[in-house]
Structures are given as structure tokens and as C-alpha cells.
Write a protein that binds this ligand. Structure first.
Ligand code: SAM
Length: 282
């Protein structure tokens, strides 16, 4: 019995339900319930929130979220082998855990959630970045979520919080930092997982801002950031050539130098350029 909830330890759950990890599903499980409770706490007070969890697996983080008081957890899991283990957790926390079997990329969770909503997940590596980009680029802002607390490979986590001038700085940093506060809250070595992955991991906590940090048209900003970083070694006047006629004039009007490279441009600078190309009307 574990101390946090009286359910069996995760190693026993994995054995009982035959949950040998599948690489194709990015299965690296967390077995230490003290650690999963610590990750759950990074999402703040969950007692008034619904929590969306992607990839609960045998339920380590799920148990952490419930033990830490989440009002309700909606968990989406692709591997049907995990469902009996998750069902045991549902029974221990009546009416607080709802599990959907399926691919998180295909399921719209909103029909099953009541605001306020926070997201907490140890993401499968193969879909983690795609989900993050979707959550950061909804049609309307503010998004459905108040915060995202997500485990990534450390290299991806560093790209999310990266600053101009660093190697990790790119599209992910701009997307994340334009409309959210993002910081790394926990670093984890490979040994924290079973089986241990090849690389280290980190938990990133993102809080949605009520408004974007600087005004800009989302599609225009996205276009210049994608073009700029697709050819990150080129000067802006060359990498952004296809974005608009007379791009050099726009770059100068935004107070930037046409000879700068995308990796030198701050978020504020990209937003100023986006406003030159397409003014934002309020
Ligand atoms: N949350 C568990 C933990 O922390 O131990 C498991 C994390 S493991 C890194 C990723 C989980 O995501 C696995 O259980 C895997 O089966 C599941 N998964 C992989 N691809 C998925 C997808 N497209 N949709 C939903 N779940 C997925």
C-alpha cells in the first residue's frame, strides 16, 4: 500500500496488469508517488479545477493529482492495457476520475471538462510538442486552460523558455512566451523513469496571460517567426523576403536591422515587425 492513497505501489500495478513499457507509445513511467505528487503540486491549488491529463499510463501522475485534491481529472490514454489499472484508481476516488481511451491528437476533451481547467501531463515524447503547439495557438485567446504543467525532454523544455541569442531560441520560445509565462520547475534525470530514457527531462509550467504580452496579429507573427527561424543563419532581409514585398522597409520601420538574424530578435521585436506588416486594430 502506498502512503498517498492506499492503492498498491506502481511497480506492483505494472506487474499485475502486464504493463511492460512500449517504446512506440513513448512509455517511460514514473514510479515514485512522492515525485508524482510533487509534479502535481506544480499546477497549484487544484481543488476548484478540472485537470486534463494526457497519457496517464499506469496512473502515477493521476494518483498524484487526485491525492493533491484535484476536483476532477480527465485522462486520455491510447494504450488499452492501462485501463484496468486506471479503473482501480477511479474506484478509489469515486466520481473524480474519468478516463477516455484514444489518441489525444484526435479527441476534443472540452466536451468533458468544466472550467477552470488546468493541464498536467508527463507527455509521450512523440506527440508532446504537437500538443503544446496546439494548446498555444487556439483561434481565440485566452485559451481553455489556465495553466499547463508538462514534462518534456530537457532539450524541448529549454527551447520553450529560451531567450534571444541562445541556441535553443526559436519558434517554440516565441509561441510560448508571447501569450504565457513559462518556466522550468523540476529537472529529472533519466533514472527517475522506468525504463530510463536516453535523455534528461524537465517539467515546464506555463500560465496563460489574459492578453498577449505585445499586440500582434497571430497569423502574421507566426509567419515571420516560421520564415525567420527556418533560415536562422540568414539575415532577416533574406529570410523574410517571401513574407511581404518591401520587407526591408517594414524591418526598419519596426526599429530592427535588416542585417540581424532571427535568433537575435526579441519577442517584442518580432511583434513590432508583425504590426508593421499587418497593423493590429483594437
Ligand atoms: N503518466 C504516466 C507516468 O507519468 O508514468 C505515463 C507517461 S508515458 C511518458 C506517456 C503515456 O502516454 C503512456 O502511457 C502512453 O501509452 C501514452 N500515450 C502515447 N501516445 C499517446 C496519444 N497519442 N494519446 C494519448 N496517450 C498516449
Amino acid at each position: 500500500m502506498s502512503q498517498i492513497d492506499g492503492l498498491p505501489p506502481l511497480s506492483e500495478v505494472i506487474q499485475t496488469h502486464g504493463l511492460a513499457a512500449k517504446k512506440s507509445l513513448g512509455q517511460n513511467f514514473l514510479l515514485d508517488l512522492n515525485l508524482t505528487a510533487k509534479i502535481a503540486r506544480q499546477a497549484g491549488d487544484l481543488s476548484d479545477c478540472d485537470v486534463l491529463e494526457i497519457g496517464p499510463g499506469p496512473g502515477g501522475l493521476t494518483r498524484g493529482l487526485l491525492a493533491e485534491g484535484a476536483r476532477r481529472v480527465l485522462a486520455i490514454e491510447k494504450d488499452p492495457r492501462c485501463l484496468p489499472a486506471l479503473d482501480e484508481i477511479s474506484q478509489a476516488y469515486p466520481n473524480r476520475l474519468h478516463v477516455i481511451e484514444g489518441d489525444a491528437l484526435d479527441i476534443d476533451p472540452l466536451a468533458h471538462l468544466t472550467p477552470p481547467i488546468r493541464v498536467s501531463a508527463n507527455l509521450p515524447y512523440n506527440v508532446g510538442t504537437e500538443l503544446l503547439v496546439r494548446w498555444l495557438t487556439p483561434r481565440d485567446w485566452p485559451p481553455f486552460w489556465e495553466s499547463l504543467t508538462l514534462m518534456f525532454q530537457r532539450e524541448v523544455a529549454q527551447r520553450i523558455v529560451a531567450e534571444p541569442g541562445s541556441k535553443a531560441y526559436g519558434r517554440l520560445a516565441i509561441l510560448a512566451q508571447w501569450r504565457a509565462d513559462a518556466r522550468i520547475v523540476i529537472n529529472l534525470p533519466p533514472e527517475a523513469f522506468s525504463p530510463p530514457p536516453k535523455v534528461s527531462s524537465a517539467v515546464v509550467h506555463l500560465t496563460a496571460l489574459a492578453e498577449p504580452r505585445y499586440p500582434a496579429d497571430a497569423a502574421t507573427l507566426n509567419r515571420i517567426v516560421a520564415a525567420g527561424f527556418n533560415q536562422r543563419r540568414k539575415m532577416l532581409r533574406a529570410s523574410l523576403k517571401g513574407v511581404a514585398p518591401n520587407i526591408q522597409g517594414y524591418i526598419e520601420a519596426a526599429g530592427l536591422r535588416p542585417t540581424d538574424r532571427a535568433e537575435q530578435i526579441s519577442l517584442e521585436g518580432f511583434c513590432a515587425l508583425a504590426r508593421q506588416i499587418k497593423p493590429v486594430t483594437t
